[in-house]
Design a protein around this ligand. Sequence first.
Ligand SMILES: NC(=O)N[C@@H](CC(=O)O)C(=O)O
Length: 406
Amino acid sequence: MQIAITTTTVSAHPHPKPLVSLLRPSPPHRVRIHPFSHRLSTTASAMASSVLPPPQQQQLTITRPDDWHLHLRDGEVLAAVLPHSARHFQRSIVMPNLKPPVTTTARALEYREEILRALPPGSSFTPLMTLYLTDTTSPEEIKIARKSGVVFAVKLYPAGATTNSQDGVTDILGKCLPVLEEMVRQGMPLLVHGEVTDPHVDTFDREKVFIERILAPLVQKLPQLKIVMEHITTMDAVNFVESCKEGHVAATVTPQHLLLNRNALFQGGLQPHNYCLPVLKRETHRQAIVSAVTSGSRQYFLGTDSAPHDKRMKECSCGCAGIYSAPVALSLYAKVFEQAGALDKLEAFTSFNGPDFYGLPRNNSKIVLRRSGWKVPATYAYGAGVIVPMSSGNTLEWLPSDQPEE
Ligand SMILES: NC(=O)N[C@@H](CC(=O)O)C(=O)O
């Protein structure tokens, strides 16, 4: 374990007094802890130690993370959002659901060039390109993709499931079997948006039903296919992933599905900025995925699903699905792992399990997260408008350093 943790040196009082008597206002005994030095600032330090929580980690140094599920878009939006991902992540799996979608290696190469041109000067961020699977993708295209060295996976969008999925697959086993067999031969992972599109299936059950109707039969038919179940949201998905062989089936998990349940969609009125697909689920599901990712299992890794949409497209009569989390994701993941008492498992989730699954080297450089409050901007501007980030206007605790420390 390469995680470096800095802690305070405050020790617990051997005979703690009842909390209530210690909390009574008493000016001479008031204690302040400087956010950076962590020194007790009054002579009441002995008294204070009895009311302090256990020592807190103040700084985390972890291997630089990768984002294994990212929507970068193109044009002005790409230029605005790319620096946020490039600042914290070394590599990202770039989703291909542009308009029109990235269905060929030739198009993926062009898109990759566009991303590289939009990078801030000096950035070493590496986009890992993907192809958008359609009913007519050919096995030959998979061979070309593998040979290119820049395409790392193929994305399955069931037709009509989410943003720009209208050209997606209508019948994966009926239409795509030869392509999937070629992917097995090429060791090319299939990244799955795991929701059925059957309008008779309740929106909140679409992931569960997808597992039953499509994913389980697919794994049975092609057990050698490497599959990433993207942005899982349910206990059913956790159970499914864990029933599969490590190294063959894995899952990405977003910050929103770890921190929010479906109440967040309706708190005080309709909350369009908490709307994404798959939609947030009930609390028991959230707890199941938190337990899964903080357990230390190698089958889960970081995938933000950061999906920017113009504010006007979110706040309208038929709002788009997608939450923009790139600037805040790392702080939020740290919060989740800290709340679960599992900060020692954070690095494997952010930086090891993903490259290990994809058969890529782990990053060498580091990133530092400091316990230092920072306020998330209300919006981020781009050419034509603004994008509202997740946790907009809130203060977050863990501040990632902009520069990796070698
Ligand atoms: N997650 C979302 O709600 N939206 C994504 C598409 C996707 O991954 O479903 C988008 O591209 O906007």
